[in-house]
Write a protein that binds this ligand. Structure first.
Ligand SMILES: NC(=O)c1ccc[n+]([C@@H]2O[C@H](COP(=O)([O-])OP(=O)(O)OC[C@H]3O[C@@H](n4cnc5c(N)ncnc54)[C@H](O)[C@@H]3O)[C@@H](O)[C@H]2O)c1
Length: 288
């Protein structure tokens, strides 16, 4: 897709961080954008901010992990604009329990896989048939993570690997049917957003963090927090996504972390065990 003017985009998780960055970049190109998010107050604020800049946006408060809510998102998109050309399945949560896989409660699996993976699938099931029927071209962007390209860690890592696999599968299916619909999978490194505060959107009341048995857990949490604070500006990520749609580029990597990706692939090729690796530290952003 080369031209965005007048086209309709749906962005989930659009009230904050990378989703808001994508919405701003799409609006700057003249697209009309449906802003979908579970948080009403930031959604209202993002809507006002974008409308003040002259953008045509429609807010929809919804829970992407809820199928009826996703039906409503599709219906409200069609009611507002009558079409859809760009789908950004972006809403995501980090999960937060520092437990091994076998001790993670079922609710944690349901929440993280529900928002990070199943919602991406449900977005595709609702919007891609509309794009096919319209026959006007289109593009799907699924937000995974660098965590989906390296050795998986925790439920988050599992969910992001699943998003990468789903994106590859839909890419192949569309290509095999010669549909003029592109696919990209966004795999960011550290980006300065509120992802570390995902607890705010946990379906049940926020749970107290279990007592960290290992001081390394707390140390790791602080390191991640600092890396995210020093991470890329989400508006820059939004612009990278628009460029990738225009260039019809599948993998969108925001950081040059080739060695980490190679460290996953190497043992697969040589038939050895997964390598240990350290997540790179984000270079501190210049004070402005
Ligand atoms: N920030 C990073 O360093 C980073 C790195 C890699 C991948 N990502 C991915 O980027 C995506 C966006 O996250 P972010 O970093 O901008 O975080 P963020 O917390 O700033 O934004 C996430 C948005 O998703 C919304 N959301 C959460 N649960 C929802 C639900 N059930 N229904 C609808 N909306 C919901 C939140 O309200 C929020 O507005 C996520 O998929 C995340 O996994 C982030």
């Amino acid at each position: 897709m080369k031209e965005f003017r007048g086209r309709v985009a749906v962005v989930t998780g659009a009230a904050s961080g990378i989703g808001l960055g994508m919405a701003k970049a799409l609006c700057a190109e003249g697209a009309r954008v449906v802003l979908a998010d579970i948080e009403q107050a930031p959604l209202t604020e993002a809507t006002a901010q974008l409308r003040d800049s002259g953008a045509d946006v429609t807010p929809v408060c919804c829970d992407v992990a809820n199928e009826a809510s996703m039906d409503a998102l599709r219906d409200e998109t069609l009611a507002a604009y009558g079409a859809v050309h760009v789908l950004c399945n972006n809403a995501g949560v980090a999960g937060s329990l520092p437990l091994p896989i076998w001790e993670q409660p079922a609710e944690e699996w349901d929440w993280v896989m529900g928002v990070n993976f199943n919602a991406v699938l449900q977005g595709i099931r609702r919007f891609v048939p509309l794009m096919v029927e319209q026959n006007e071209g289109g593009h799907v962007v699924n937000t995974a993570s660098i965590a989906g390209l390296i050795v998986a860690r925790g439920i988050y890592g599992v969910s992001k690997h699943a998003v990468v696999a789903l994106s590859e599968a839909i890419y192949r299916d569309l290509e095999a049917r010669q549909q003029p619909i592109g696919v990209s999978v966004l795999c960011p490194g550290w980006v300065n957003t509120r992802i570390i505060e995902s607890e705010r959107n946990r379906p049940e009341a926020p749970r107290a963090m279990p007592e960290a048995e290992n001081p390394l857990v707390e140390q790791m949490r602080k390191l991640v927090e600092q890396n995210i604070k020093d991470g890329l500006d989400p508006d820059e990520v939004g612009r990278q996504v628009v460029d990738a749609i225009r260039e019809d580029r599948f993998y969108i990597l925001t950081h040059d972390w080739v060695e980490m990706i190679e460290s996953r692939i190497r043992p697969i090729i040589t038939g050895s065990n997964p390598e240990n690796f350290q997540m790179p530290i984000a270079p501190a952003q210049e004070e402005s």
